[in-house]
Design a protein around this ligand. Structure first.
Ligand code: FMN
Length: 213
């Protein structure tokens, strides 16, 4: 997709791209992704976000151990017993599951990770904390897509937060909120699968259909 392609088309095709080539990602593209990240809104414009770009295979491998452990203990069994979400066929859901397993095994092979963090000091993280980092994360996912790079928003390492953050070498007071494995995708970008708006949008009173659809 050429640069500057329609934003709506980019949003509609920014899927979790879990199968990535090991080819390196040029520095100027990583910089563009990071610059898109810091365009995002953040509470009070305090900009407590910090981004750790990881290329070192040793660090990625150390973190992958916990990502995989969380799959084996929690995510894998949960997938096996779950039904497809709205807007997703059984076949597509099974393909997603296979891709999730693939990324689990190859997490550390993505050529670059961006770890999105907040420097929170001694403050206890709240729902509001996430609200100051996930807009930046989404901007980076959209930017990666616009640049022809695949990425996935991942948070599973948080199931083993202490160990994973120690492996990432985060200093005290800094917490991670997402790891984005980024690389050139093996497959093609395609449309996201979501349920109809009519099922989730109401007007004035909860449950009252919104007529504007
Ligand atoms: C909060 C959050 C956490 C996620 N964590 C992971 C993760 O750890 N591993 C993963 O493979 N995908 C993760 N995802 C991606 C979702 O699984 C993905 O968006 C979903 O499967 C739908 O796929 P699509 O975006 O390609 O349509 C996460 C997404 C969100 C929003």
């Amino acid at each position: 997709m050429p640069q500057g392609a329609d934003l709506f088309e980019i949003m509609q095709t920014t899927r979790a791209m879990r199968r990535l080539k090991p080819d390196p990602v040029p520095e100027d593209l990583i910089r563009q992704i990071l610059e898109a990240g810091v365009c995002a809104a953040n509470g009070g414009n305090t900009q407590r976000w910090r981004f750790l770009v990881i290329k070192d295979p040793k660090i990625k491998t150390a973190v992958q151990v916990f990502y995989k452990r969380a799959f084996d203990e929690v995510v894998g069994p949960r997938y096996k017993n779950s039904t497809p979400p709205p807007g997703v066929t059984r076949e597509r859901y099974d393909r997603q599951h296979a891709a999730v397993e693939y990324l689990t095994d190859h997490f550390h092979e993505a050529p670059v990770w961006i770890v999105a963090c907040l420097d929170e000091g001694t403050a206890t993280p709240t729902r509001g904390s996430g609200a100051s980092i996930y807009p930046a994360v989404q901007n980076m996912l959209l930017a990666a897509r616009a640049l022809g790079l695949g990425a996935t928003l991942t948070t599973r390492h948080l199931l083993h937060e202490k160990e994973a953050e120690a492996a990432l070498g985060l200093p005290p007071g800094v917490r991670s909120y997402a790891i984005l494995p980024i690389g050139y995708p093996m497959g093609k970008f395609g449309p996201v699968g979501r349920g109809p708006l009519g099922d989730i949008v109401y007007q004035d009173r909860w449950g009252n259909p919104y007529p504007g659809l």
